[in-house]
Design a protein around this ligand. Sequence first.
Ligand code: F0G
Length: 404
Amino acid sequence: MFVLRCMECGKEYHRRAMIYQCPDCSGLLEVVFDLSEVELTREELKKRPFNLWRYRELMPVEEGTRVVSLSEGGTPLYSAKALAEELGLRELYVKNEGANPTGSFKDRGMTVGVTKALELGASAVGCASTGNTSASLAAYAARAGIRCLVLLPAGKIAIGKLAQALLHGAQVVGIRANFDVALRLVRELCTKHNIYLLNSINPWRLEGQKSEAFEIADQLGFSSPDRVVVPVGNCGNISAIWKGFKEFHQLGLVDELPSMVGVQAEGASPLVKAFRAGKSRVEPEREPETIATAIRIGAPVNAPKALRALRESGGIAESVTDEEIIEAQKLLARKLGIGVEPASAASVAGLKKLLEYGEIDRDERVVCVTTGHALKDPEIIFSRYEKPVEIEPTMEALERVVMG
Ligand code: F0G
């Protein structure tokens, strides 16, 4: 079974408690499984369909619960030879989370989060979002048949994500402020009006996301890579992935643990600064800015968990410029055929930089997680890439542009 535990004071709470933070000390909560009760072998796992629910024993849902699912997870782990050669690395893989039902890793969190919402009797869910969380929550709330409210920083949401939230029928409210302010507001609203909050402060959501680690290990033949490189915003995903690897390790399903690498955009890099300064808390940035709007976050709520993941795994935190992000997006798209949104490309941009600095060895086995699909943010492509040419319908005009 499993309980909720405060990562600061260690106090434990019943799994049915409707709380997001420790009522005693406001510390972040985490889900703790009694792994001695879990029996999972590689042979047994291999027999099951390859999606998130392959790891059901490690997902915190009660017996007999109806799972709200869109068949999430089971995303490809691409071998990235051409990119590895370009970067001068021995072995590189890309875990492409854009292949999830709504086009981002958030679906892993929402299948568990919305399932928990129903278990706990919620009839409405809400979140603040830089876009993907809202797109995913809107879809899963629709599937569950419950109301969904999303609060977004007005004008700073990639158009594909906004379209998804509208499409699935969420109530979409834009606020004239950044994500951090939106999150503060929605947290207060949810508490006041009994709406179930599904930002990554919600510990159940991260349980779904830890399946990224299970799948990576599974796809590498039940082994861990040397490094897992993850784009970081609110610091939930990197923490979840690390938790997943630790659980697989404790269960004897992998022999080694990877080292975690968190990559932020330079204009929104509070985690990187705190990590470099050896702090256990981040100093919030009041005006975060980057073209990678998904990770345009100045006050990441899960920073203590991410800092712990970096420390425990002997990890690294690095920041990259918007130009480096676009360059990496182009590499993924043109060397590998993998289309990702800018935030996702931060992982590859960070890897490139850390190889150049000699912080990552060229003979390591590395997995970069790409978190969201290219079509989430088509505007970035129109503004940063070549424009299409338009011609008169004659062979002469056509030959002129095609043949030079
Ligand atoms: N990559 C993408 C594409 C994201 O959408 C996010 C977060 C991250 C990386 C960072 O993950 O927050 O767990 O560190 N997007 C959130 C949202 C904040 O609202 O969609 P994190």
